[in-house]
Ligand binder design. Structure first.
Ligand SMILES: C[S@@+](CC[C@H](N)C(=O)[O-])C[C@H]1O[C@@H](n2cnc3c(N)ncnc32)[C@H](O)[C@@H]1O
Length: 224
């Protein structure tokens, strides 16, 4: 695959793909462009794939990209909400959506046997849902996209086996993130961002909330 398509080898998409393991039926929920499914098929990591998106226009992009594999009967395209078309998948990817949306999809469709989840925000909601649901989370880390320089959280696991209780910091940032050499930079960037927000005028409630977050971030920083 061309580096341009992926945003370089350290881009968000390749970093997600690096966590995808061999499976029988792979499902890419909210597939949009379909790059992750192309990676799975090209790398021989799945026998078949389900590409699914709530938007027909988004799904059409993946269908175009994967038309050769679809002609071989290895790709099924489903235009639907959440996990509706993915019942037979043994590995499910949900990437590039908010944490609230990911949790809503999991609540409605059930937690898949194996999953990789990459929330764009509110990642703590996803962690809480997975751990309360008895999942074994084997990766709960952060990475920085080598292209846009932004930090992203990613989780991988299975729907059985359980995970020992998390601390508040682990829920907020991810268990493995806390030990990641990038974590200091992430926290410093979050503190700077929050201090920047606090310079604007806002309601007392919003100020209180932001100040609380700033203190929490500073606490996590001191524990490093
Ligand atoms: C920002 S794109 C992410 C695409 C790709 N997964 C990635 O990580 O780059 C989000 C995609 O999720 C789709 N989407 C949003 N909510 C969805 C839902 N409930 N079920 C299925 N697809 C959804 C959108 O239509 C969009 O194509």
């Amino acid at each position: 695959m061309r580096a341009k398509t992926f945003g370089g080898p350290q881009g968000r998409i390749p970093r997600i793909c690096a966590l995808l393991e061999r499976c029988s039926v792979f499902a890419d929920i909210g597939c949009d462009h379909g790059y992750c499914t192309l990676y799975m098929l090209r790398a021989g990591l799945c026998d078949r794939a389900i590409i699914s998106d709530i938007s027909a226009k988004s799904l059409a992009k993946a269908q175009k990209l994967l038309s050769g594999y679809a002609a071989q009967g290895r790709v099924t395209a489903v235009c639907c909400d959440g996990l509706g078309g993915a019942a037979e998948a043994d590995l499910v990817l949900i990437a590039g959506m908010g944490g609230e949306e990911i949790v809503s999809i999991l609540k409605r469709g059930g937690i898949p046997p194996r999953f990789v989840l990459q929330p764009m925000r509110d990642s703590q909601l996803v962690r809480r849902y997975l751990i309360a649901g008895g999942c074994a989370v084997d990766v709960d880390d952060l990475f920085r996209d080598g292209g846009d320089g932004k930090f992203y959280f990613v989780m991988r696991g299975s729907n059985v086996g359980g995970t020992p209780a998390y601390s508040e910091e682990e829920y907020a940032f991810g268990r493995d993130s806390l030990k990641n050499p990038l974590f200091g930079e992430f926290i410093a960037a979050e503190i700077a961002k929050t201090e920047g927000y606090l310079k604007a005028s806002m309601s007392p409630q919003n100020r209180e909330q932001l100040t609380k977050r700033l203190n929490f971030l500073k606490g996590a920083c001191h524990e490093l």
